[in-house]
Ligand binder design. Structure first.
Ligand code: NAD
Length: 463
């Protein structure tokens, strides 16, 4: 167990103003693995001042030089992948393979994409007799969740740096050690002092202080819809830019023309990955009534491969475990049929939840409406395409989704979905495609050029 002190502010590690700490727990064995300082409003203020002071010079740095620094950051992240993966496994509980390929690998890809974009992006455009300048918004307050600890940080910091913004990051309480590693990487990459700053702390204390700080020009938040709503209200009152990446309840729509076995298998894998703690997970599987029984059987077979403690890690903390088990109990109480898993914890220690599949789920049930954020799949039955569309669009969320079937039918269906991303027949993840939600899943987009545009505002010069 290690006590980490200091916050990364103005290019060096300095002690927190207060003496409070946050314990970091390994969710696989419930052991405390470290403590980090719980920063408060004064720490946030110091970090915002440092970011403000660094802003003019960083904004004026030529994009090619900013690109070179982001490229250096990418290289440090790549060189430290093993350490990053071990840290994510220790504080999130991610199985080793997932930790190295996704948790450590994806941020390298995203950082690399912004090194390229910073160099090639056109920060100026011509419209008639106007030259439109795309300028950095200013100081960014970034607030991130624990589910993909490093990816969520890089998906904000890399485009902000590319745009010429400076940043104060407040990472999730459960995964601050990965955030500290990221700050070390920033330092090693030689970014100028104050361009990136880290304050660890509690959401309602440090997070709120950051969202409310008048020196922050844009708040970029990823997390729950409940907190996102508050942050949006705070930003609205201050007439401040805000980007919100919130929850999801995505539909995996299997049309009758689909390869049913593939659609079910990939659908189950999609939800079980990261123990179901993925905002874009396809937690509702929609199957035509004629194929329903076969799909349920296939799903039960597929989920048996996901053994807790092997391919499936624990949930991040005891509270999440309790919440998810509560949802499973509620599913049973509301009349859904358990075909795999259940509310009992599969291991006496560690915050594990049994991979669970429900059949006979109807659209109005709680488990079909609310985000569960655990390894739980609900299989719903539809009569025809219009019925499938009503069910798919029938939640407050609209983050992601999937459609399986003959290509043109699948695309026609996807066009009618109220959601920000749709994978057609298992389409590959594209780190340059805009990611973000319709409806209560959020405002704004991350990744690729659309993600960069979030950190820019426009100025028109007329000639
Ligand atoms: P959360 O909203 O509780 O916390 C997210 C972050 O906000 C943390 O850093 C937390 O400390 C901070 N925070 C909490 N209260 C705050 C406040 N009052 N003011 C300012 N900051 C505050 O969410 P979580 O439990 O960490 O993450 C799970 C949720 O995040 C899920 O709902 C999931 O869908 C969502 N999520 C969305 C995306 C996306 O891209 N749309 C990605 C990952 C997670």
């Amino acid at each position: 167990m290690k006590a980490y002190d200091g916050m990364y502010i103005g290019g060096h590690w300095r002690p927190a103003v207060g003496t409070g700490t946050i314990a970091v727990v390994n969710p696989a064995d419930e052991q405390v693995i470290g403590h980090v300082p719980a920063g408060g409003a004064e720490d946030v203020d110091a970090a915002v001042r440092a970011a403000r002071a660094a802003f003019p010079a960083w904004a004026a740095t030529p994009p090619a030089e900013r690109a070179a620094r982001i490229g250096a950051l990418r290289d440090v992240l790549a060189a430290r992948m093993d350490e990053i993966a071990e840290t994510v496994t220790a504080e999130l509980g991610a199985p080793a393979q997932l930790a190295s390929t996704v948790h450590a690998g994806l941020p390298v890809l995203v950082a690399g994409s912004y090194a390229e974009l910073a160099a090639s992006y056109s920060f100026e455009e011509q419209i008639g007799n106007s030259t439109v300048l795309l300028e950095p918004v200013g100081v960014v307050g970034a607030i991130t969740p624990w589910n993909y600890p490093l990816h969520q940080i890089v998906a904000k910091v890399a485009p902000a740096l590319a745009a010429g913004c400076t940043i104060v990051l407040k990472p999730a309480e459960d995964t601050p050690l990965t955030a500290r590693l990221f700050a070390e990487a920033v330092h090693e990459a030689g970014l100028p002092a104050g361009v990136f700053n880290l304050v660890t702390g509690l959401g309602p204390v440090a997070g709120q202080a950051l969202a409310e700080h008048p020196g922050v020009d844009l708040v970029s938040f990823t997390g729950s819809t409940a907190v996102g709503r508050q942050i949006g209200a705070t930003a609205g009152a201050a007439v401040k830019r805000v980007a919100l990446e919130l929850g999801g309840k995505s539909a995996n729509v299997i049309l009758p023309s689909a390869d049913l076995a593939k659609a079910v298998n990939v659908g189950i894998a999609n939800v079980m990955s990261n123990s179901g703690q993925t905002c874009s997970a396809w937690t509702r599987m929609l199957v035509h009534t004629d194929q329903y029984d076969e799909a349920v059987e296939l799903a039960a077979e597929a989920v048996a491969k996901y053994v807790p403690g092997e391919r499936v890690g624990p949930l991040v903390n005891a509270e999440q475990q309790r919440r998810v088990r509560g949802y499973i109990e509620q599913g049973v109480a509301e009349g859904a049929r358990l075909v795999a898993g259940g509310p009992e914890a599969p291991h006496p220690t560690g915050y594990f939840v049994a991979p669970t599949v429900f059949a006979d789920v109807t659209p109005e049930m709680t488990i079909a409406q609310e985000e569960i954020f655990g390894p739980v799949v609900s299989i719903l039955r539809y009569e025809d395409e219009d019925d499938a569309l009503r069910i798919a669009n029938g939640t407050v969320y609209g983050l992601a989704g999937a459609v399986w079937g003959e290509r043109s039918e699948a695309v026609a269906f996807a066009r009618r979905m109220d959601t920000g991303q749709v994978d057609i027949n298992g389409g590959r993840f594209n780190p340059l495609a805009p990611f973000g939600g319709y409806k209560q899943s959020g405002i704004g987009r991350e990744l690729g050029p659309h993600g960069l545009a979030e950190y820019l505002h426009t100025k028109s010069l007329q000639f």
